[in-house]
Structure formats: structure tokens, C-alpha cells
Design a protein around this ligand. Sequence first.
Ligand SMILES: *[C@@H]1O[C@H](CO)[C@@H](O)[C@H](O)[C@H]1NC(C)=O
Ligand SMILES: *[C@@H]1O[C@H](CO)[C@@H](O)[C@H](O)[C@H]1NC(C)=O
Length: 525
Amino acid sequence: MVSPVIFVVLLGTWFSSAQAQTVGVAVPLSPPSSAATLNPSLLSLSIEQDRWPEWVGTTSSSRFLLNTLDNLKLRTGHPPSIRIGADSEDHTDFDPSVQFSETVFPAITTAKPYPEASNIVVGDGFYNIVRHLPSGTHVISGINFRDNNLTAAFLQAQSIHKAFSASGVQVVLDFIEIGNEADLYGSTRARTGTWNVAEYTKEWTAFAQNVSAVAGISSTSSTKFIGGGFFGSGHSSTSFSPQGLFASGILNSAQGKLITSISQHHYSGSFCSGADGLLQTMMTKSTIRSNLNPFVSDITATRAKGLDYVLGETNSFACHGAPGASNTAGAAIWTLDYMLFAGQIGVSKVYFHQGIGYRYNMIQPATLPRSIIDGTTLATSLHPHVQPAYYAAIIATEAIGTSGSTKVVELNINDARVSGYAFFEQTTLKRAVLINSEAFTSSSSGPRSSKNIQLSFTGSGTAPRTMTVKRLAINFADDDHGLTWGGQSFETVDGTISGTLSVQTMNVGSPVTLQATEVILLSFN
Ligand SMILES: *[C@@H]1O[C@H](CO)[C@@H](O)[C@H](O)[C@H]1NC(C)=O
Ligand SMILES: *[C@@H]1O[C@H](CO)[C@@H](O)[C@H](O)[C@H]1NC(C)=O
């Protein structure tokens, strides 16, 4: 028998879903024990090193890049950390007669309109220009391990050391990374014979012995080694994984003791030409969690050794991003939820991979003559610009703020499309981010759905009375430009902010609208 009370509830649900469904969100007033302390540089960038000189500039720094990084530094007090390396790190040779770099690229294809170099030769200038990054930037610099040429690695490490220790350089070399995705060396025939984590550890240790000597890496130096950097993880003691590295005894040698952080790479898949429904799948709350949760055991194993853990190279989809997904406004939703969830499970920095002309870039620092979607020549070249995912960087850094020790906790929201995070400074609730990951695209039929977020407060502390609401405005999830954050745009000629800030102030007890494909930042007063 259906009681009148249940009937009312059902009617209420039916009625509100035709308009806006109410979603209750309980927000703790003080950080629960499960809250994670966020690194101010949670948002970090991994840069494909073949075109590194075009990122930072050769004879002077790139004003566009500096502005886009300064926008982020302004929000947390720290610039994003930068990794210089990736696939082309393992195709790099050193020649002292080269000023910056010389590169050879494979043919352009529809799938990869901007391929990475098959060969790169660098000289001292290539590493010296790191000084063009914002002061205080922390850097990971990669050296070639794949070619198994100790002389080449030695020369690169020597040049890196010189560049960072030169007088007046205000950029810090945190780590040297020996090789990129070495777990794949066996399958690419870069190594013949047995290639497993034990063999890797043996060869890594030999390289590290030489590199530590030439680059001055020691127990007392500020530069250390970052370990791993594998494409995948087998999560076991016999696989390429943190567990496998530790079981192989990598930390036991004098060189291994200089590893203070473990890096893991991850892409949610590889779609070189896009696929139906990919945009929604990418954005979906459960997809993001199922992509990251498998690394929890690796993070736990790493932290148990007292080491830091980062996603040293990651982005939505390999193949430089899926067209129509990685380059769109939906990617801002994906980037934000992915990064904050990673922070919540103990990843200290998320290095989003960037190249020149890659679809998943936040920042396009160089002029692009070809379409990033299919490589066709553009009638008008695109000047340096930010892509939609950049807004996620802005929002995350704004939510983290300048405290230096902001804590985050994911809010337990019973809705497949809404995720949320609360941010605390000291013991006080300061902000919350709410994300609606339902894709509203230019081909969606019917009206745009929305949710009414109804906050309640739990735990000890004084409940705030009012809050400001700042919105990431997106017309369609498949748009590749035209977003605004609090009414302001970063899609400007020089990468600086434009427009007038627009936020709402409301009582915390009033429901807040959160549309499909929208993000709001609530700042509590
Ligand atoms: C490192 O390797 C280089 C090049 O092979 C060699 O000249 C140098 O002596 C080595 N240094 C150490 C400490 O092994
Ligand atoms: C190793 O690297 C050095 C320095 O770039 C180069 O001179 C040498 O030819 C390389 N050796 C091999 C076998 O490629």
C-alpha cells in the first residue's frame, strides 16, 4: 500500500525533475580526518621537451607563457611546477655545438597534427632558458635512458646542473628523471633480452650513480631523483609499479636513497579520432573515479616508504587528446574533477601533459598554422591562446588559495552527475567547489537541465551565513572557446584576465542553481 507520505515524496521528485532537481549537500564545518592537505602546486604541467624553446622563449622569455603562469601563481602564491621531458626526453642527444636544439619530426597525420620529435639534439642553451620561467618555479628535468647511452645521459645531466646552478637563476631543480615510461622499453625493442622491474632497477642504479655524481645529487642537495614515471602500473611486487620498484630493492642503494618522490603516468584511454559519447564519458564522475582509484594502493605503498607521489604525466586521452572532447569546455569539467579527486586520494601534484598544438593543452604558447583537430592548414594561423581546460587550472588554484596548507575533502553527494569538494584553512571551512558533469552539447535536445544545490552544515564550528557564488559559464560542453569565470575571460591576446568580475552573494540556506556542464565556487563568509 502506498502511504500518502510516500506519495507526496514521489510526486515531489517527479515534479522537481521536470524543473530542477534538489540535491542536498552536507558540508563539514571543520576538516574531517579524511581531509587531505593540498600542495599549492597541485596543478602542475608536464611539457613535451621537443619544442621547449618555443614554450619559454630563447633570447627572452615568452610574455604569453609568463602571463598564463602568473595568473595561477597569483592565486596560490606558487607557480605551477613544471616537468620538462616526456617521450622526446628519450629521443634526446647532447651536442655542445648546438645553441638551443635541433629537431626532426615525423610526417603530420590527421591523428597527430603536431607529432612529437623523433630526434632532438640539444646544447647548453636548451637548459639555460629554464630561467625564463617565473621565479620560484620547481622543475623536473628528464634525461634519456631509453637509448642506453651513458655518455649522452651524462652530458645532459651535466648541462642541466650547470643551467640551474648558474648565478641569478631563481628556478629550482627539484628532480632529475631518468627516462620516460621505461616500462614500455621492452615492447618498443629499446631493450632486448629480459626487461622487467628487476632489470630496470639494475640499469637505473648504474645510470643514477653516474648522474648523481655529475649533477651534484646527494643526501644534502636540494635536487633529488624522481622514481618510476611508468606508463602503467601493475600494482604488484613483481610488476612495473611502486610496489615492484620497492620489492626490487631500488631504495636500498646509495642512489636509490636519493629518490624522494614516485611518479606515475596515466591517460583515461586513447582515442585518436574521437568517438560517440566520448565527451560525456570523459566528464562523468564515475569514470574519473574508476580511472584514479586503482592507484590508491600504489599511493599507500609509496607513502609508507615516506616518499611523495605525483601523477608526473597525465591528461584525458593519449594521442595528444581526443578531438571534440579533450579540446572542449567539457575538458574543463574533467580536468577540475580529476585534479581535485587526485588531490583527495593523496596525489601531491598532477602534471597535465602539454605540447605545442596538442588537443588537450591548457595553454597553446605558440602560433599554430594547422588545425589541432585534423592537421589541415588554417586560413589564419592561431595566435597563442588558452584552451578551455585552463579555466580548471584557474578554479583549482583559486579554491586552494594562498594559505599554503589548505585541506580538501570530497563531499559525499548522492548524485551521479554532481561532485563537490570542501576547502579548509586551519580548521575553518572556507570554500566549496561543485561540479555538474552532465554534458549539455550543441546537439543536446530539450532544455538544459539543472540542479538546485541545498547546503547543510555538519560537525563542529560556526556555520557561515552568507556566501559568494562564482560561476564557470559554458554555452555548450563541445565549445572550444568562449568560457567565462565569474564573468571574466582569459582568452586574450596576452593571456591576462579581461572583463569585470561578477559574483552573486546569497544566504547559505538558499538553494543554488547548478546547470548541466557548470562549475560553481562558493566562498563562505
Ligand atoms: C659517467 O659517464 C661518463 C661518460 O661515460 C664518464 O666520462 C664519467 O667518468 C662517468 N662518471 C662516473 C662518476 O661514473
Ligand atoms: C652516445 O652518445 C654520445 C654523446 O652524444 C655519442 O657521441 C655516441 O655516438 C653515442 N653512442 C652511440 C652508440 O650511439
